[in-house]
Write a protein that binds this ligand. Structure first.
Ligand code: IMP
Ligand code: MG
Length: 178
């Protein structure tokens, strides 16, 4: 298969507008709280960078890394931590910042892991929700866009570590070679 990025699904301008809307809602909901953003590397890095700079409230950030995909476009069943949070979670208001919720396994596991550390509250902000693909029920308190079942890249999301730098969300399409 040869993979190509042809179709723009979400334009950079629409992302900018939506991120500002999310930040406004989060700023209101977490005013006078002890907000700790947990950015899930690497896919959420660009979303996190835009989102936290659009917040009008105090917050701290930390980073975790989970592994589920390798270089394939289909999720494996059991995601695992490759980098754990470096700051105390206990008693804090935690907002997980994720790039995309697909089967839901990664986010469900991350929630379970963080809950064992007794946060005061725990919520999830996902840039994209591929709702049709869900295998496990997992709440998404803040969602950027619900998208159809396609493999997407850009705005931090990759295919084999490529395309993260695209300022928009594009659909990755495969064509048989030859
Ligand atoms: P889940 O555990 O199946 O929900 O997978 C979530 C993770 O899979 C995300 O954090 C992404 O890293 C990756 N992923 C799922 N769908 C896509 C996609 O369309 N493009 C890029 N990465 C994806
Ligand atoms: Mg990811």
């Amino acid at each position: 298969m040869r993979y190509e990025v042809r179709r723009t699904l979400i334009a950079a301008r629409d992302i900018e507008i939506r991120v500002r809307e999310l930040a406004a809602v989060i700023s209101e909901d977490y005013a006078d709280r002890d907000l700790l953003l947990i950015c899930v590397l690497k896919g959420a890095a660009i979303f996190w960078a835009d989102l936290c700079r659009a917040l009008s409230i105090r917050c701290q950030s930390d980073f975790v890394a989970m592994e589920s995909y390798g270089d394939a476009t289909v999720s494996q069943e059991e995601p695992r931590f490759t980098k754990a949070a470096g700051v105390a979670i206990s008693g804090r208001d935690i907002l997980i910042v994720e790039d995309i919720i697909d089967t839901g396994h990664t986010s469900a596991l991350l929630r379970r892991l963080l809950l064992t550390q007794s946060p005061r509250s725990l919520a999830l902000c996902a840039f994209l929700d591929k709702a049709e693909r869900r295998q496990v029920v997992t709440p998404i308190e803040y969602c950027g866009f619900v998208i159809p079942n396609a493999f997407v890249v850009g705005y931090g999301l990759d295919f084999a570590q490529q395309y993260r730098h695209l300022p928009h969300i594009a659909v990755l399409e495969g064509t048989p070679e030859g």
